[in-house]
Ligand binder design. Structure first.
Ligand SMILES: CC(C)(COP(=O)(O)OP(=O)(O)OC[C@H]1O[C@@H](n2cnc3c(N)ncnc32)[C@H](O)[C@@H]1OP(=O)(O)O)[C@@H](O)C(=O)NCCC(=O)NCCS
Length: 177
């Protein structure tokens, strides 16, 4: 018997969120190579090589979707514009992470993708609580999270930024389904 694994697909007005595939390596490497992108995340290195993108996609294609989720954000006209996903935080709660390539900033794509992903979290993934944090010097991300329904917990944690090579004050937030 053979089992066919089907990863979830989320359609929003302008975007398709779907499991990453090998063809995503090139656009991810190009867009994630910008320090303005990687430097606002905990885990993306800088410089961000083709091998980093390859390893990221390989890992995303082998995810245990009961614990984690990773979606490429594909614009219906422009192709891959970023990524969004959920990983277990140290507390075990799902933690949201996302990025949009710089050429596509300020068009509402992050907000649209996060809102779409949260609908899936509630309806299909059946999780009731998601945590997130944004570096204190990244108000645009705070704006995205507020618009998607996250609230500030008041906690400011020091989180490492791989690309910056140091810890950065991070404003923690929570979303309830
Ligand atoms: C943060 C990020 C995801 C936003 O993506 P985006 O597609 O541009 O986001 P949206 O267009 O949906 O929303 C951006 C909001 O931030 C606001 N904004 C942009 N720059 C801002 C700034 N310097 N200060 C305050 N708000 C700002 C925009 O006005 C918009 O809000 P509005 O719709 O209420 O006007 C994108 O900049 C990014 O990927 N950055 C690098 C990686 C990252 O930060 N990931 C998140 C880690 S927590």
């Amino acid at each position: 018997m053979c089992a066919i694994e089907v990863t979830p697909v989320i359609a929003t007005e302008r975007l398709i969120l779907r499991g990453p595939v090998p063809a995503d390596v090139d656009p991810i490497a190009k867009l994630a190579g910008d320090l303005n992108v990687a430097g606002q995340t905990v885990s993306m290195p800088h410089p961000y090589s083709d091998a980093d993108a390859q390893a990221h996609v390989d890992r995303a294609m082998r995810l245990d979707w009961a614990r984690e989720a990773a979606f490429a954000i594909e614009h219906r006209n422009f192709g891959v514009v970023g990524m969004v996903g959920f990983k277990p935080a140290p507390t075990g709660r799902p933690e949201l992470g996302y990025w949009i390539g710089r050429p596509y900033w300020n068009r509402g794509y992050a907000t649209e993708a996060v809102r779409g992903a949260l609908k899936w979290v509630k309806r299909d993934w059946r999780k009731r609580l998601v945590v997130a944090g944004h570096f204190a010097d990244n108000p645009a991300s705070g704006q995205v999270l507020c618009k998607a329904g996250f609230l500030y917990t008041g906690e400011v944690a020091l989180k490492p930024s791989k690309a910056r090579g140091r810890a950065v004050p991070t404003r923690m937030m929570v979303w309830l389904a």
